[in-house]
Design a protein around this ligand. Structure first.
Ligand SMILES: N[C@@H](CCC(=O)N[C@@H](CS)C(=O)NCC(=O)O)C(=O)O
Length: 110
């Protein structure tokens, strides 16, 4: 099964345990605000899965508090939105294409 997944690019990249540990730790500072049926969100969730990064996901349709956080922090309720927490502050990234490019740049192998 894993070989089929890998052939389809669904198994996540090959990383050493140490590399994955670092990525798991970086992912703790990221949150994806989304909802399941949103096609733009699907594209972003697919990228996250492909890159093997365990990013916390908050469904704004099922979690009213998450929706309020998104509006209060990012300024609007459009999804997907990637919340990026850093020592310098929090960034709210809205466009799915921008989010995917950011994730690829930060976590992609090449
Ligand atoms: N160009 C945006 C489109 C995102 C978008 O239209 N999201 C819809 C859900 S599928 C949405 O949040 N609409 C509600 C709103 O904009 O307040 C992207 O690619 O991320």
């Amino acid at each position: 099964m894993n070989s089929i997944k890998n052939a389809l690019g669904l198994g996540g990249p090959k990383r050493s345990a140490e590399q994955q540990k670092r990525i798991d730790s970086e992912a703790k500072k990221l949150t994806l605000y989304h909802f399941p049926s949103c096609p733009f969100c699907m594209r972003t969730r697919q990228k996250i899965k492909q890159l093997g990064v365990p990013i916390r996901e908050k469904d704004i349709n099922r979690d009213p508090q998450a929706r309020e956080e998104l509006i209060a922090g990012g300024g609007r309720k459009t999804v997907p939105c990637l919340r990026i927490d850093a020592d310098q502050g929090t960034q709210w990234m809205y466009e799915s294409a921008d989010i995917n490019a950011y994730l690829e740049e930060r976590f992609g192998g090449g």
